[in-house]
Structure formats: C-alpha cells, structure tokens
Design a protein around this ligand. Sequence first.
Ligand code: AMP
Ligand code: FE
Ligand code: FE
Ligand code: ZN
Length: 288
Amino acid sequence: MDFRPPIDLHTHSSVSDGTQSPAELMRAASAAGLGTVALTDHDSTAGWAEAAAEAARLGLDFVPGMELSTRFGWKSVHMLAYFFDPASAGLVAETERIRDARRTRAETIVTRLAADYELTWDDVLAHTAPGATVGRPHIADALVTRGHVGTRSEAFETLLHPRGGYFEPLYAPSPLEGVALIREAGGVAVLAHPATRGRDNVLDERYLTSLVDAGLAGLEIDHRENTEDGRAYLRAFAARHGLVVTGSSDYHGAGKPNLLGENLTDPEALARIARGSKHLSGARNPLR
Ligand code: AMP
Ligand code: FE
Ligand code: FE
Ligand code: ZN
C-alpha cells in the first residue's frame, strides 16, 4: 500500500466550503505536482466519486476523507477521517444531523445580519453548490458580493466572528463521539490543526489521551495555522503516544490563501494510516 509523494491530506471542494468542484480540485492538485491528495470536505463524502474518477484519469493517488465537525464545550474541534465506509449508519446519521443543523444555524446568522445589512438567504444559496455543507464561508462570500466586506477573511474577523454580534454556535458531537463514529465506520481519525490557538488552547492533555484510548491515530501538526509552541507540544505528545504526524494545506481554492502542497505528509505516515483502516482491508483504494 504505497502512495506517491508529495502527499497532501487535507483539501476542500465546493461540496463544502472550497471554491472548486471535486474534479477541478483534482486537476489543480495534479498541476501543483502532487502525487497523492485527500479530499476532506466538511461533514460530507458527496465529492468522493467525482474526485476519485478524475484522480484516476490524471494518475493521481486519491485518499477518501472527511473533516468531521465536533465540539468540546465552546471549542470547535475538527476531526479528519480517512478510509472509512461512507455508508456506515452511525456516521451517515450524524453527518446528516450536522449538515441540517448547519443550515438552520446559517439561516439564524443571516436573519440576524439582515436586520442591519442588505442580505438574503438567496444571496447565500447563490454561493453554495446544490447539496453542499453550508457554513460561515458561504455567508462570507454573500457579504463580499453585497459589498459589506472586502474578503472572506475580513468577514470572519468582523461580522462572522463569534464576538461579532451575529454569531450562532454549531451543533456537533463531542470529539470522543467523533472518534468512536469514525472507528465504527472502519476509518482512521486524525485531529485537524489542533493548535491554531496556541499551546495553551490545545484540548487538555487528559482529554487528548482519552481520544487516543478511543482510537485517535494521528495529529495534523504541519498546518499553517498551528503555532510554533503548539507544534512542539504536539510533537512531544505524538512521540509519547506513538501517534502518526501529518502535514497538509487545508486548501479551499480561492476561499483561503492556503496553497496545495504547502505542507506535506510522509509516505510512511500515510502507509500507517492506510494500515489502520478496517475498511480498506488490503485493497489499495476502494474507489479505484
Ligand atoms: P463554520 O464551520 O461554518 O463555523 O465555518 C468555519 C470554516 O470557515 C472553517 O472550515 C474554515 O475553513 C473557514 N474559515 C475560518 N476562518 C476563515 C478565514 N479567516 N478566512 C476564510 N475562511 C475561514
Ligand atoms: Fe473549511
Ligand atoms: Fe478545519
Ligand atoms: Zn479544513
């Protein structure tokens, strides 16, 4: 089970908040010189088939993935999942629940914004591909189109900020429930960008250890938003617990400055992830 380097294990298409279709994303990955790319849309596997077909056509190795929304208290915690059964009942039910909650929550935020700004739900839908996992990025794009802010990032720093006056938190299962659902689906769980708010805001060590006990396999350490002190702490934690360390871009097309391949994962780390899957069972890739 070897995957060709360079390997980027975290990207988004228009199936969630990326700006390119899954096929366009695969073409961009190939053009960027990647050997292997994972598609990890938020709470959805709807882009897998299109991405896998285009990757096969391009001679690019494809890793099926997802970025599952979870929540620990007020903290939003993203959990990457790889090589799982996309028909697993538990995970299917939970991701449907999250996507429904996301829509209601986005409508709530838009209703609040509409009291002060010219903005409609149709504006948001105009920036959302049919069936896509909706989120603040789509509201941000609508705000940009209406001219209320200059960029997606500016929207996040102002009107869509949790303290911006219009925010509504998102329903999501706990990280521990997330790991359990991913394991139940035969997949491999890797905690996404765990130190975006620095060493002191990483999940507390006892809880992290409980995630490892539940089957968490790895930590995404090489990610542009993880702070230096956070990475040092996470590397030591990963070494102590024998966790896989990954690196990735978290590419969102034009939605974020992150560039394909800006951080990479070692082939040996990906081989370990693939071996941890109960769903792959020998086959190199269930979609090819
Ligand atoms: P939500 O899940 O709806 O709360 O929105 C969070 C998503 O917005 C994350 O998946 C990020 O990809 C995206 N996001 C967060 N901050 C920014 C930013 N400053 N610029 C662009 N996208 C962002
Ligand atoms: Fe995103
Ligand atoms: Fe994330
Ligand atoms: Zn992401």
